[in-house]
Design a protein around this ligand. Structure first.
Ligand code: KIV
Length: 271
């Protein structure tokens, strides 16, 4: 296989190849056509249509309310924009926890109706039967351990997970189980960097971190955080590449001023 910029279409095999040759994997969330087109054009390796859409697109406090139909709508828009990157879609809360048949049906809807390239779901041992069933039907599955936002009411806080050795051992065991069940990749959220490194060296599959340090095989951020659109959210792991909230607010203020002052539209801006 060739270099990063020469890759025509990123697949799950490309991610494995990247891990094997120690090339880091770049992943961002996106939920709509326009943003996905920019990320794909920029050369992002993976777009995750995350259930964080529930927070950043719909304004809910948690990821729990978003529905499968709503995830499919977001995924369809993203898929239409992407020519190169791999597009993975979150199974939302309530669409897979019941049993493995429910999980398979939800995964199939996402693949069929959105044209996604794979799905992601949260959890360890308890979701392994579902992972086996979904991958058995030919659908690539990405796991998610550490801070799993769909279980926020069980954990009670968004604090760093697995700081104690006992929880770290459980996470390591679950990571191995997810790989054995057939996951092609794993997201680790908000855990100590050293544990991220331990998981990445334990597993053969690519491990992508968000707040899991730099010893993992790739990084993911929520696009609204990375672009500085979210306000009052500054976890230590977040690097902001823009301050779009303020920039867009300033642009909006200028537009309002121009309309009110009758400066817009001018002679050249009308027919
Ligand atoms: O929904 C999401 O955005 C995610 C990322 C935080 C990995 O699951």
């Amino acid at each position: 296989m060739s270099t990063h910029s020469e890759i025509k279409r990123v697949t799950t095999h490309t991610l494995q190849w990247m891990k094997n040759r120690n090339e880091k994997i770049s992943m961002l969330t996106a939920y709509d056509f326009s943003m996905a087109r920019i990320f794909d054009d920029a050369g992002i390796d993976v777009i995750l249509v995350g259930d964080s859409a529930s927070n950043v697109m719909a304004g809910h406090e948690t990821t729990l309310p978003i529905t499968l139909d709503q995830m499919i709508y977001h995924a369809q828009s993203v898929i239409r924009a992407c020519q190169r990157c791999l597009v993975i879609v979150d199974l939302p809360f309530g669409s897979y926890q019941g049993n493995s048949k429910e999980a398979l049906n939800s995964a199939i809807r996402i693949m069929k109706e959105a044209g996604a390239h794979g799905i992601k779901l949260e959890g360890g041992e308890e979701v392994c039967d579902s992972i086996k069933r979904i991958t058995g039907a030919g659908v690539p599955v990405m796991g998610h351990l550490g801070l799993t936002p769909q279980s926020i009411y069980k954990f009670g806080t968004y604090a760093v997970r697995a700081k104690e050795e006992e929880e770290a051992e459980t996470l390591l065991r679950n990571a191995q189980l997810l790989q054995d069940a057939g996951c092609f990749s794993l997201v680790l959220e908000k855990i100590p960097a050293s544990l991220g490194g331990r998981v990445a060296s334990l597993l053969n599959i690519p491990v992508i971190g968000i707040g899991a340090g730099n010893q993992v095989d790739g990084q993911v951020l929520v696009m609204h955080d990375m672009l500085g659109i979210t306000k009052n959210f500054s976890p230590r792991f977040l690097r902001r590449y823009m301050n779009l909230y303020e920039d867009m607010k300033d642009a909006t203020k200028k537009y309002i001023t121009d309309v009110k002052s009758k400066d817009f539209p001018n002679e050249q801006e009308q027919y």
